[in-house]
Design a protein around this ligand. Sequence first.
Ligand SMILES: [Zn+2]
Length: 209
Amino acid sequence: MKKRIKCIGMVLFAFAIALSMSTGVYAYRVLGGRFVLTNGLRMTYEIDYETIQDEELIDIIHEAFDDWEWHLNDAVDGINMGAYFSHFMYEGRVADIRIRAVPDVYVDGRIYPARTDLYDANGRLVYGDDLANTNWVRAEIVIGYSQFNGLEPIEKKSTITHEIGHVLGLAHNTDNGTIMYDRVEGCTAYVPTLDDIEGVYSIYCDLLE
Ligand SMILES: [Zn+2]
């Protein structure tokens, strides 16, 4: 109970700081819902090798998950969130997060390098306003080759890292120094920043202690 209070206190503290600074120390925004987890921040991911065969891209995907794991376990005031992203190898079971690629990815009629689809326990896509109050049990990161292949390698990595942020429940923000900045151009973050990590912590802190 004591630790739970500390967790809430930290969120309030972050909120107070954001209010007191005109620029806002914390930029993170959350979708509202979150991934339904039963064992802390332990998740499995699976790469669809039918549509993703490029070794460089496969390495980038692994690096993006490794970056999240490393930063989630290191960054917030010495708190280790116990995050563990396991590359799913077993046949016949569904991973929490699946990564696949298609020729073109669209969101609201606009073409993008990648998109994240979140599904609730009934298998329904959670999107729009429902993201604020619906939790999800499965996520798909969909890469659109036509736009994604035009990115620099470092931008490809930040794009995958950004999409994992959505899987975890982070929304876009307007700070180009964070991985959840809303566009690739001008984004200076290539790994999750303290701000992104604080956002994830605010979503799952009750599970982590
Ligand atoms: Zn995004």
